[in-house]
Design a protein around this ligand. Structure first.
Ligand code: DGY
Length: 320
């Protein structure tokens, strides 16, 4: 019987060719339409490997319908879309793509921070709409980044990469993490503090913690109420960590100054979502790791993981 890998989205050519050297590949060859769940269930029924996106819910039911499955290779560093415990109990390897997207995602976090604090999207729209009649002292004024205090929630690889960028902007960096990161403290001069202190003292708060049951709604009404009225919240991590209804109220009521969001609780976010009606929100369609170079590297890494998994070898980036 030939080894079969199922890929759930249009996939970069080079990485696809690599998998085809080792296995028979079937693919949901669409860019903008996720594979319907019933198709996914049918396709995994005789698959040895699944290469999926963060949009696929690989839950118990999907895993149970895949008796031959040996590996689920996720094209993302986050893997909250996969029931890892269920996969583990069935002896299925789960892999992700860490490392290769760190700098690209940190770039996007900083891009959001600058775009939001200096109102870039709003100012550009203002100009294009023909509203710019004259230069004026307080027109389109934002918040300073240089020398401000940055609070990073989740000091993993991407958190550290954001901290490195912040040093170039003369920022004081606070962080909150499950455990203290003494190496990061030594290397980047970042200071550990409790979440409430971070929220109270920061001019910019960046959420980079993984989405788990413990971090769901980590930033809710109570936490937003601690932030400065001039503070900016940036979420390049995962939707669901920030309570969107509470965030809307805080932004609309002037409790915080602005937000930059690359992720949402439900993706794709509806264009009618209340947050998108606010001028002080910069919203992006989950493009944190979306550079040509990085997406190709992620695809190659996911390809390598699925090949190793289906050929009975230990994948490099195993999460279980
Ligand atoms: C990830 O990898 O988890 C990002 O959210 C998508 O690149």
């Amino acid at each position: 019987m030939t080894t079969k890998v199922y890929i759930t989205r249009k996939f970069p050519d080079e990485a696809l060719a690599k998998i085809r050297e080792h296995c028979h590949v079937r693919i949901w060859d669409e860019e903008d339409i996720p594979v319907p769940r019933e198709v996914l269930m049918q396709e995994v029924a005789d698959a040895d490997g699944l290469l999926c996106m963060l949009t696929e819910q690989v839950d118990e039911a999907v895993l149970a319908s895949a008796p031959r499955l040996r590996v689920v290779s996720n094209l993302a560093v986050g893997y909250n879309n996969i029931n890892v415990a269920a996969a583990t109990s069935l002896g299925i390897a789960v892999t992700n793509t860490p490392g290769v997207l760190t700098e690209t995602t940190a770039d996007l976090a900083f891009a959001l921070l600058l775009a939001t604090s200096r109102r870039l999207v709003e100012a550009s729209d203002y100009l294009r709409a023909g509203k710019w009649k004259a230069w004026s002292p307080m027109q389109m004024t934002g918040q300073d980044v240089y020398g401000a205090t940055l609070g990073i929630i989740g000091m993993g690889r991407i958190g550290e990469a954001v901290a490195r960028r912040a040093l170039g902007f003369g920022m004081k960096v606070l962080y909150f993490n499950r455990s203290r990161k003494l190496d990061s403290e030594r290397e980047y001069g970042v200071t550990y503090c409790e979440l409430s202190t971070l929220l109270t003292e920061s001019d910019f708060v960046v959420t980079l913690t993984p989405h788990t049951p413990e971090t769901a709604n980590l930033i809710d009404r109570e936490q937003l109420a601690l932030m400065k009225s001039t503070a900016v919240l940036i979420n390049p991590g995962r939707g669901g960590i920030v309570n969107e209804a509470a965030l809307y109220e805080a932004l609309a009521g002037g409790q915080i100054w602005a937000a930059g969001l690359d992720v949402f609780e439900h993706e794709p976010v509806s264009p009618d979502h209340p947050l998108l009606t606010l001028p002080n929100v910069v919203a992006l369609p989950h493009i944190g790791s979306a550079s040509v170079q990085t997406r190709k590297k992620m695809a190659m890494m996911a390809a390598q993981n699925v090949i190793l998994g289906v050929t009975g070898r230990m994948p490099n980036e195993l999460v279980n």
